[in-house]
Design a protein around this ligand. Structure first.
Ligand code: E4P
Length: 214
């Protein structure tokens, strides 16, 4: 399973990249707004740090506006994946730009039937938002399980990118289901490495080492 970081913060992206774990980056308009920086400037800086797919989300809502933005972003760097919303217009735009060879990430997916449509439209990635589904008493991982099963049955090449990840258990479940990618905030990537017994064990080893004659 690939690990992407869900962030537009260059310092966070550099930290995750330095752990040697990073396969790509997802951004969204809210994450970009938090940086207080112009989008294209941030995007190009991210592409210099990570040699993998970097998702850049369109803000247009019509086919034509989304296609124009998609072409503009895709021309900036070969690693850019254009993120389009799972709306009827977004699906139309996905079909248009996929046929031009532009990589796409269909976002704001909350059901398996929606994911089926995205695959048929030629999406490179589908992003089911597991945390936001859990927030409304639905089961985000159930939706991921259905998507993985449907994509395998019909051999769709669309990759399942588990998004809106809130904690390590989401990542574990995504891996067990065979999802292709988990995109996580830096906090979750760091939590994955943490275990209290690792910390306690290391502390004890270092303490005991002091008794070793030098
Ligand atoms: C995915 O691409 C989105 O940027 C993201 O995972 C949304 O996460 P949130 O629900 O924590 O905002």
């Amino acid at each position: 399973m690939k690990f992407f970081i869900d962030s537009a913060d260059v310092a966070e992206i550099k930290e995750a990249a330095s752990m040697g774990l990073l396969d790509g980056v997802t951004t969204n308009p809210s994450l970009v707004a938090k940086t207080g920086r112009p989008f294209k400037e941030v995007l190009l800086e991210i592409c210099d740090i990570v040699r993998g797919p970097v998702s850049a989300e369109v803000i247009g809502t019509t086919h034509d506006d989304m296609v124009a933005e998609a072409r503009e972003y895709a021309a900036l760097n070969d690693n850019i994946v254009v993120k389009l919303p799972l709306t009827p217009e977004g699906l139309k735009a996905t079909r248009t730009v996929s046929r031009e060879g532009i990589q796409t990430n269909v976002t704001l997916c909350f059901s398996a039937p929606q994911a089926l449509l995205a695959a048929k439209a030629g999406a490179t990635y589908i992003s089911p938002f597991v945390g936001r589904l859990d927030d409304v008493s639905d089961d985000g991982m159930n939706v991921v399980a259905d998507i993985v099963e449907i994509y395998r049955t019909y051999e769709f090449p669309t990759q399942v990118l588990v998004a809106s990840v809130r904690h390590p258990m989401h990542v574990l479940e995504a891996a067990k289901l065979g999802a292709d990618v988990s995109t996580c905030p830096l906090k979750v990537l760091l939590q994955l490495a943490k275990h209290p017994l690792t910390d306690a064990g290391l502390e004890k080893f270092l303490e005991d080492w002091k008794q070793v004659p030098k």
